[in-house]
Design a protein around this ligand. Structure first.
Ligand code: MTE
Ligand code: MO
Length: 415
């Protein structure tokens, strides 16, 4: 009966009114007549919860076994966020999308070093503790891979919000402003670019204009209230709000100041975009306004009557100021409601009430940001930029609703 004793000592003064007899009769109805706590929620029999002990406090929490949101692992370098299973704007850290070219390295925080050198007056080396001693800032923003365009499934009507747009995730990040470190190192006034280098098998390097450091770049060591997840760059990553995810170098180990782009491997091949006029767009930092309806979407089935069309919009250029929804394949547009507070360079929830009358319909969303930029159709994007590279394709996408209520990806929005 030691279990019973334990339970009693846990009982606080607010339970003082419960008589010993009633207490015993309650616990006695538990499994095998004793107050047996179950180890995990999955072990608790699905019978009357008032008639059995549940699960005691544990060091780490668990999700309800009834909820199974999962990243979809596309390959050993890529996984996507289940946008359709999430609420609000923050992505739970264990569901943040992952993109890495050489796997997730294991880095001991005690051996961590960040070096700043090149065109600086004072070359510096920081430990993780050094970085944590600087004034800290916290800001929310999304990270989106420039390849967030569903290229893996485009022609497939069984696309989901996750397969179409699951390479964007939102977190609350904490760390140090990059400008604080650049001041500390007294960077040369002619230094207009810097190189950022990662400590993983890919040794990823990118060139970045110093102006971004004076704007909003940061060195992040925490995500959603805890140290970074290894997949997000533990112990330290560079974070460039609003810019293509690729440049936010994870497992950051070195920053070198210079006066021109460093022409890294990524910049001379992979992440450049051929344009229709034969020129090549080498740097395309900002993620332009984008949106996706997360419900209704494939594989949901809807019933006639009122429903709320829900989704996410975001822009790397600032705040989302407007999201419009069409229920007739883009002929007419109505303004959706935005859930505040709307933050810069952040996922923004939109909602639109709609009375579906059981007829075929195509629903779409399009976002507008504070610069006046409006998310384009696929046709407009193709004319402007060509489709020479599968990057920065923030096309308006839609869902095709059939008379029986089934919902499919509107493949036509991609032609
Ligand atoms: N060191 C390093 N940093 C990296 C990468 C990498 O492979 N190595 N991948 C980049 C790419 S392509 C993207 S889209 C983002 C993804 O960040 P996440 O995995 O935290 O979502 O990290 C970037 N930073
Ligand atoms: Mo990426």
């Amino acid at each position: 009966m030691s279990e019973n004793k334990k339970t009693r000592t846990l009982t606080d003064s607010s339970d003082a009114g419960i008589s010993r007899r009633r207490f015993l009769s309650r616990t006695a109805t538990g499994a095998a007549g004793a107050a047996v706590f179950h180890k995990t929620l999955a072990d608790v029999p699905q019978t009357d919860p008032t008639k059995q002990q549940g699960v005691p406090p544990t060091a780490l929490g668990e999700r309800s076994p009834f909820e199974k949101p999962e990243r979809k692992v596309i390959s050993n370098i890529l996984s996507t966020t289940p946008l359709q299973d999430l609420y609000g704007t923050i992505t739970p850290s264990d569901l943040h999308f992952e993109r890495h070219h050489g796997g997730i390295p294991l880095i001991d925080p005690d051996n961590y070093k960040l070096i700043i050198h090149g065109m600086v007056e004072r070359p510096l080396k920081f430990s993780l503790d050094d970085l944590k001693r600087f004034p800290a800032i916290t800001q929310s923003c999304f990270i989106e891979c420039s390849g967030n365009n569903g290229e893996y499934y485009l022609a497939d009507r069984k696309n989901t919000p996750q397969s179409l747009r699951g390479l964007t995730s939102q977190s609350e990040w904490t760390g140090v402003k990059l400008s604080t470190l650049f001041r500390e190192a007294r960077i040369n006034s002619n230094a207009t670019w810097f190189l950022a280098e990662g400590n993983d098998a890919a040794v990823m390097t990118r060139s970045i204009p110093v102006a971004k450091a004076w704007d909003d770049a940061m060195i992040a060591y925490a995500q959603n209230g805890e140290p970074l997840r290894p997949a997000q760059g533990y112990p330290v990553r560079l974070l460039l709000p609003g810019w293509e995810g690729n440049i936010s170098i994870k497992w950051l180990r070195r920053l070198e100041l210079g006066k021109q782009p460093f022409m890294t491997r990524e910049e001379t091949s992979k992440y450049s975009e051929p344009l229709p006029d034969g020129r090549i767009r080498q740097f395309s930092f900002e993620m332009e306004a984008n949106s996706v309806i997360t419900s209704p979407a494939y594989p949901e089935k809807i019933e006639p009557g009122w429903l709320e069309i829900r989704g996410l919009a975001w822009s790397g250029s600032g705040k989302i100021v407007k999201v419009e929804v069409s229920t007739d394949a883009g002929q007419n547009w109505s303004v959706a409601e935005l859930q505040g507070p709307v933050l810069v360079k952040s996922h923004t929830r939109f909602r639109y009430l709609w009375n579906w009358q059981g007829k075929p319909a195509v629903i779409m969303s399009r976002a507008m940001d504070q610069t006046g930029y409006i998310q384009p159709t696929h046709e407009a994007l193709r004319d402007k930029r060509g489709l020479g590279a599968p990057y920065h394709l923030n096309t308006i996408v839609g869902w095709d609703i059939r008379p029986d209520g089934s919902v499919y990806f509107d493949v036509k929005s991609w032609v």
